[in-house]
Design a protein. Structure first.
Length: 144
């Protein structure tokens, strides 16, 4: 079990950047097709990550990675791409303050999938928190 809290700070930064993503994307998809906007965003991510990998000396030969690594990173990439396409389309037609909370329903789904496929066992207190997130998503997403 990981005892370090370093993961929390990285996760918190992820949440901050995800929030900024929603706001920037909502403004950015105005006047452009959401799929083209997703492609532009993806291209920028490729350039930035390539520069980061090169700068930090973390490059390794991808052909040395295992087939399992390739398979699951490939599946993750496909899921990410599908998520981004759906997210940008939702932002194009909906309010960011409604789209982003529904997108965060992924937290609930991750818990269910981790329980089902990875054998993770959240405590009753953690399930309560997950349930509260689900309720919060519904409260934020549904208009009166």
């Amino acid at each position: 079990m990981v005892t370090s809290t370093e993961w929390f700070y990285w996760a918190l930064l992820s949440a901050v950047f995800a929030a900024m993503t929603a706001i920037f994307a909502k403004v950015g998809v105005q006047g452009v097709d959401s799929d083209l906007a997703t492609l532009i965003r993806t291209g920028i991510i490729i350039v930035v990550l390539s520069a980061f990998i090169a700068y930090t000396g973390k490059w390794v030969d991808p052909l040395e990675l295992s087939l399992k690594t390739w398979l699951f990173l490939g599946l993750s990439g496909l899921a990410t791409g599908a998520s981004w396409v759906c997210y940008f389309r939702a932002l194009k037609i909906g309010d960011a303050s409604q789209v982003a909370p529904v997108d965060k329903l992924s937290l609930v789904l991750v818990a269910v999938f981790a329980f089902t496929f990875l054998g993770e066992r959240p405590s009753p207190r953690e399930w309560l928190g997950i349930g509260l997130v689900a309720v919060g998503v519904l409260l934020l997403a549904l208009k009166r």
